[in-house]
Design a protein. Structure first.
Length: 145
């Protein structure tokens, strides 16, 4: 039964890591299992997007070109120059989510291995922090009851 629950949490973690954590606890997994399942799911999806995204980016740029930069493009470029791959890797898993952060990094032309490394660090850090916080909250609430 735990293997099926872990597979479900893995799948949810691949699509929405922040949703996978509470689902893992609701389904009765221990904190380590939740951490491993959600992290593995998020990392698998992130790596797949980075590896496949480069081909899609090359196709789109080859077909339609870069186009004229608009206001949004220049604002995104400014954020990219300020924070770069490290910012996407460390903050991306928390705010837009790891899969979207990977797609954003690929679209902005980040080096694949560097993007994978920083996103992996961000996924592991935020997953561990949120699993610990949610587990402590569950333990605290159950102690009050």
């Amino acid at each position: 039964m735990d293997a099926i629950v872990c597979a479900v949490v893995f799948g949810i973690g691949a699509a929405k890591p922040l949703l996978g954590i509470p689902v893992g606890f609701i389904l009765g997994l221990d904190p380590l299992s939740v951490f491993v399942a959600v992290s593995a799911g998020a990392l698998a999806c992130t790596v797949a997007i980075i590896l496949l995204g480069e081909k899609v980016r090359s196709f789109v740029l080859g077909r339609w070109g870069n186009g004229a930069p608009g206001w949004r493009h220049t604002k995104a470029r400014q954020l990219w120059e300020d924070y770069g791959v490290k910012g996407i890797g460390l903050l991306g898993p928390l705010f837009p989510g790891a899969p979207l952060a990977a797609a954003l990094g690929v679209a902005l032309g980040a080096p694949r291995l560097t993007l994978m490394a920083w996103l992996a660090a961000g996924v592991v850090f935020w997953t561990a922090a949120l699993v610990a916080l949610i587990h402590l909250g569950i333990v605290g609430v159950s102690a009050l009851v």
